[in-house]
Write a protein that binds this ligand. Structure first.
Ligand code: MG
Length: 340
């Protein structure tokens, strides 16, 4: 019997709902809340956006997949981590349809969703994972039934650093600030030295952000550098730091695969730099495109599918326990679907 799972995601500024049937993505519509240049997305407004779109996206997900509620075996929703108000706006819908359609509910760790989607789409088996997005920056590898965190940011996420820098320069948030920085960076001519802050296996971005904002204030106005130079220098510096800690984790684990997931993971310059490192080590780089590395519903469905199939007793949640949480670390989840 096939197992069909619907996944609902809304932990940040995208609302996405996807349906997965035994490794096949049947549908995966998404809508992004885009704010004007210079503005970030606030929890209350983002939740309002999700509430406005969630039922349209749900209808679209079912129609595109040609699936009826009766055919669903499990409903997966993002339990965390993420912003509270947006998480709640989607969890409420998951809870409601679970009761309405009498389908079991599974709460999914968002980071685990990214990892499982990356593994499904690329076919890699046991990669060292770099998870980079607006809210998360972690180097992860599987060991003994957990996705262990080998290194991470000690302050802001890399995507947050890029988003906030885009706001300083009033770069458009459409389709995303990171995408526009990536395009501008291609035109950069001059490398501006920035702090390089790797601390053991961890990284720190907030000081680099303050520094480059200061450089922008002082040098941009008088024409000593261009916005493109700054985007180029920022990307080169941040990505070099990420490649360094990922390489160390790979050396420790003896990895032959590296997988990049999360919204920043579709940056082609990051993939290129990681690819060079991987090749030098005789390892292989795996990455996905915007459909799957940016937050989406199918990734929650895929992790939910693994959880539901491997150990429903542990993972299926009663309605009264179906809460969500802003803080939920990757290694809190018992990975019941992988061998030791
Ligand atoms: Mg994410």
């Amino acid at each position: 019997m096939p197992t069909t799972v619907i996944g609902l995601e809304g932990s940040a500024n995208k609302i996405g709902i996807g349906i997965i049937r035994d490794g096949v993505v049947l549908s995966n519509p998404r809508h992004t809340y885009v704010t004007p240049p210079g503005e970030g997305f606030l929890p209350r407004d983002t939740a309002k956006h999700h509430r406005e779109w969630v039922l349209k996206i749900l209808r679209q997900a079912l129609d595109e997949a040609n699936v009826t509620p009766k055919e669903l075996d499990c409903i997966a929703y993002t339990k965390g981590p993420g912003m509270a108000a947006p998480l709640l706006s989607v969890a409420i819908v998951a809870r409601t349809i679970s009761q309405l359609w009498n389908v079991p509910l599974v709460g999914v760790n968002h980071c685990v969703g990214h990892i499982e989607m990356g593994r499904l789409i690329t076919g890699c088996q046991n990669p060292t994972v770099l998870y980079v997005s607006g809210g998360n920056t972690q180097v992860i590898a599987y060991s003994d039934r957990r996705y262990r965190i080998f290194g991470e940011t000690i302050d802001i996420a890399i995507g947050n650093c890029l988003d906030r820098f885009a706001r300083t320069l009033k770069i458009s948030n459409d389709p995303s600030p990171g995408y526009n920085i990536e395009q501008l960076a291609k035109k950069g001519q001059k490398f501006i030295m920035l702090p390089y802050t790797v601390k053991g296996m961890d990284v720190s971005f907030s000081g680099i952000l303050s520094h480059i904002e200061e450089v922008a204030r002082k040098q941009l106005e008088i024409g000593e550098c261009t916005a493109a130079d700054l985007c180029f220098s920022l990307q080169e510096t941040l990505f070099a730091m990420l490649v360094e800690i990922t390489e160390r984790a790979m050396a420790h684990c003896g990895s032959e695969e590296v997988l990049i997931v999360g919204g920043v993971g579709c940056n082609l310059r990051l993939q290129e730099m990681m690819g060079v490192m991987a090749e030098e080590r005789g390892a292989k780089l795996y990455a996905t495109d915007m459909r799957f590395c940016i937050d989406n519903g199918a990734m929650i469905a895929q992790a939910g599918w693994e959880m539901f199939r491997s150990d429903p007793e542990q993972h299926v949640t009663a309605i009264e326990d179906s809460w969500c949480t802003q803080r939920f670390r990757t290694d809190e989840v018992e990975v019941t679907w992988r061998d030791n």
